[in-house]
Design a binder for this molecule. Structure first.
Ligand SMILES: [Zn+2]
Length: 172
C-alpha cells in the first residue's frame, strides 16, 4: 500500500488451491453503466450487469486471482479497467496445464443473449472475439453460462469459489 492508494479493495478472500495452475473465469457485477477506456483498445460502453472474464494462470491461480480482486493497482491488463469499478462475485477455475480460457470464452459467447461489449478485450494473443462476456439480464444467465462451461470439453473439474467481502472466504 502506498499513500493515496485509498480505492476500495475487495478482500482477497477467494481461496484457491494455492499452487494450482490452470484456467479461470471471474464473475463480476457492474452496478451501473460505465464508459471505460480500455488501454489502446479504445473506449466502450459497459452496461450494468454480470460479466465473465476468462483467463489462464499457468504461473499459479491463487496469485493471479488475488490480483484481479484487488481494486487499487496499476492498470496493466484490459480487465484491470473493469475490475476497478466492478465487484467480483465468484471465481470459476479448473486446474490444468492447457490454456482453457479460449474454449470457455467461445462457449459462453455462443449462448443466446451473451455479448462482447469490447471486441478484442483480453484476446490480443489469440483469435477469440473477446475474453469478456456480458451476460443477458435474465434470472438464469449465470447458471446457463456455468453449465455451458462445465459441460464443455475443457470444463471437467470446474470449481466455483464465492468471493466474500470482508473476512475469510469459505476456502477450498
Ligand atoms: Zn482466446
Amino acid at each position: 500500500m502506498t499513500a493515496g492508494d485509498h480505492g476500495p479493495t475487495i478482500p482477497a478472500s477467494a481461496r484457491i488451491a494455492t499452487a494450482a495452475k490452470g484456467g479461470y473465469a471471474v464473475l463480476l457485477r457492474l452496478g451501473e453503466d460505465h464508459q471505460l477506456k480500455i488501454g489502446r483498445l479504445g473506449a466502450f460502453e459497459f452496461p450494468a450487469g454480470y460479466y465473465l472474464y476468462f483467463g489462464s494462470a499457468l504461473g499459479g491461480l491463487d496469485a493471479r486471482v488475488r490480483r484481479h480482486l484487488k481494486r487499487a493497482k496499476k492498470r496493466h491488463w484490459h480487465i484491470d479497467h473493469v475490475s476497478a469499478v466492478a465487484s467480483a462475485v465468484q471465481v470459476w477455475w479448473a486446474s490444468g496445464t492447457e490454456r482453457l480460457e479460449c474454449a470457455w470464452a467461445r462457449a459462453v459467447l455462443d449462448l443466446p443473449g451473451v455479448s462482447a461489449p469490447a471486441p478484442g478485450f483480453g484476446s490480443s494473443d489469440c483469435s477469440c472475439p473477446s475474453h469478456l462476456a456480458l451476460l443477458p439480464d435474465t434470472p438464469c444467465a449465470v447458471e446457463s453460462a456455468m453449465e455451458r462451461v462445465r459441460t464443455s470439453q475443457t470444463g471437467v473439474g470446474l470449481q466455483v469459489t464465492p468471493v466474500v467481502a470482508g473476512g475469510t472466504g469459505p476456502g477450498l
